[in-house]
Every structure is written in structure tokens, then in C-alpha cells.
Design a protein around this ligand. Sequence first.
Ligand SMILES: *[C@@H]1O[C@H](CO)[C@@H](O)[C@H](O)[C@H]1NC(C)=O
Length: 439
Amino acid sequence: MKDISTIYKLSVVAAICFIQGKCPVLECWFVQEKAGRGGGLTGATTQEKSLLHIRTDAGSSSPETHQAHSDINPSRVYVITDPAATLCHQSFKAPKGSVKKPQCEVNPFLPQPSSLRWVSSLTEPALSPIYLQADWFSASFQGLDEQLGVSTITRAPTGSTEHEVILSVTSKTMSAKTRLGEPVTLDCGFWADSSSPLYTSGFAVEWRYQTRGDGRLVLAYDGKTDRLADTHEEGVTLDFEGLYKRGNASLILEEAKVRHSGTYICTVYLPYLMAQVAMDLEVVEPPSLSIHPSPLPLAVPGQTINIHCDASGFAPLHLELSWEFKGADGKSRSLGAGSMSGHRQAWDLTYSQRTRLELDTSKLDLGRGGEVTCVAVHAGGTRRASMTLSIIGFSSPSIEDSMAMVGVALVLYGLIKFVSWTFTGSGSDKTDEQDKVSK
Ligand SMILES: *[C@@H]1O[C@H](CO)[C@@H](O)[C@H](O)[C@H]1NC(C)=O
């Protein structure tokens, strides 16, 4: 037992060393508004390369590696202390020599009270603590796996390049996909420095939806007064126990609908500070297919039959429909896309679309028929529906048909033979008699 506990302790120590030893150095863009000239040009910004050395413990020695980046201004090299180790995640560590790198941008940040209803209580009474007089940055990071996003607010004593994370907001679902009707959790978690004087006066959480000019408040929670703001959104909630215990501000959607597709922004507020991550949710539902008429009518060679394939209940809109034919030889071949109709949208915002196949049985070598299949290729998956096509009275008989015909001919021949034998049998007697008579 002693051994086991020793091993356990050693592995904990090793794990801590591992975490601390493996925090990355991140190359970031340092972006700020152009100084001077009264900010005449709209939104003019400057972009400089910068380097962030991440560590989890302010006490640990400053990273030794200030070398090798000749293209980076030394004053844009920062050391960031991130006690929650959020930025030490595997997804921020690019393999050596890798072209793909985590994305990151740093901006100067100006702490200020918010006038939003669910946030304003945090900054009452309206004091501006001396603590705020420092250098503040906001930074956003996106991991290599494109699912992890982090946004931080960091503080450094004025003029220092050693920053500390005061607030970080994280999402592990930067691009989420779901089927229609499924419950969805959009991940958002936050961490705040509990030693910061801003921490004690509470926090607020806000979820916003934003897509193509359409924006709305989904949920807002004022942690100081423990109140949810009135919104018109139904079927959304937070896990409040997780929120207080683990800073888990994930949004829970009870049932995914097409109108839920879009961008969601999770914002966490501390007094004077805010950090946010934006993530995308896409509701993807493959189509249901049906073929009409059902079953297909018997066809005769030379006849043209119209077959419809209806795809319905799908989202998003992009869909490819096509037709295939599988004959008696078991080989499949394409019959093309047919003529596609325009799409229609149902009350639940899912789409439907139809394609019509004009099947000319004389032009295509369809034999006695086979299986006609409608194929739908969609982001939600490929769907197929099949129907049997029978062609009768064909002109070129197959081997089995020929044999059947030979069989029928033989039977017929036999019958005729038999009938004529019974007749001619008695007839020949008479002729014999007649012969005798005539003799
Ligand atoms: C956060 O809460 C959601 C919903 O309850 C849950 O699915 C998720 O696992 C939680 N995340 C963490 C890190 O605890």
C-alpha cells in the first residue's frame, strides 16, 4: 500500500511538472488602434508580431527562451501567468516545424463599468479602484483542433511585460453540430483570479445569438442579485450548480431546432472586465426520401415513365439528388440528376426538394428492369430509397426467357402430338378399313 501511495504521489508530482513544463510559447498578433491624429481614419489599426510565454506559476523563473525571434520587437515579448493552465492545453502546442499554429490575438483593454442591466449591479457603488490603473490586455486564442477557444483578460503593473490572467473564458465547442430535436450543450467555462479585488463582488453571464444581422439575447444571469433577465427564449437553461462550483456557464438547449443554427457568444463579466468566446452551432438533419409512384407501374419497352423522388425535412439547404439503376446483372449505373425542382421551406424551417426522372425504356438498355434508386447526398449523411422496376414484353429475350419459351414450345408440341396421335390413331384404322374395302 505504501508503494502505491508513493507511486501515486510521484505521479501527481510528475503530472504537475508535466503541466508546468509544457506550457507553450505562443506567437500572437498584437493589434491596436493607430495612435495620433485624433483617430481620423475609421478603424485603422496596427499589427505587430508578439510572443507570449505561458506559465502557471508567477513564482517560477522567467522562461529562458528570449532568443531566435529576430522579427519580434523585444518589448512585445510577454510572460503570462495563467494559474488555471487553460493556455497550457495540448491544443495550443504546435508540433515543432508545423505550419499550422494556434491562432492568437492580443489587444489593449480598457476596464470600464458596463451599463447592461444584468451587469450594472456589479459596479455599484461606482468606484474605480486603484487596482484598475495598470496595463490590461484582452487576448483570444484558438487551438489547433479548432474546437478549443479561450479568451483572457490579463493585467500587468504599468510598463511591465509580466501579465497575470485575471479572467479567462473557455469553450470546447467552437463549432458544434447536432441533429434536429436533440439536446445541445454549448460549452462555456470561466475562471477568475480569486485573489483579485474584483472577484468578490460577483459575476454575470450572458449568452447572445447572432447570425446575419439577426441578434438576440438568449439568456442573461446576474450573479450578484442571483437573477435571470427576462428573455423570449424558451427551452434554454444553465446548470447553476456547475456555474457556482466549477465556473461552468454552458448553455443547455433542450431541443435543437433549425432556427438555433448560428453563432453564440458567451460573455462573462466581472466588475469592469469582460471576456467572451463566440462559437457556431449548426443543426444538420439529413433528408427523408420517398419515391412516387409507389410501387412503380409495369412498363413496356418504348414507354416513358416519370418517377419522382421527394426529399424532405432536411437542413441546411444544400442537397444533391441523383438516380441510379441496378439491372439483373447486379451492376449499378448512374441515370443522372433528373430535373430538380426549387426548394420549399416548412414551418419548422426544414427544406424539401424533389427531382423527377424521365425514364425512356427504349433508349436505355434496362433489360427486364431492376432497381431504381434515388440517392441524396447531404451534410447530414447520404440517404437512399429504391423501387423495383419491371419491364414486360421486352424485345430481346434473356437466356432464362428463351429456355422458358423452349419449354413452352416443347409442351405445346407434346400436346399437339398427343392430340393428333389419339385422333389419327382411330383415323388410320378407318383408312385401313377403307383401304381394305377399296381392295
Ligand atoms: C458543464 O455543464 C454541462 C451541462 O450540465 C455538462 O454537459 C458539461 O460536462 C459541464 N462541463 C464541465 C467541464 O463540467
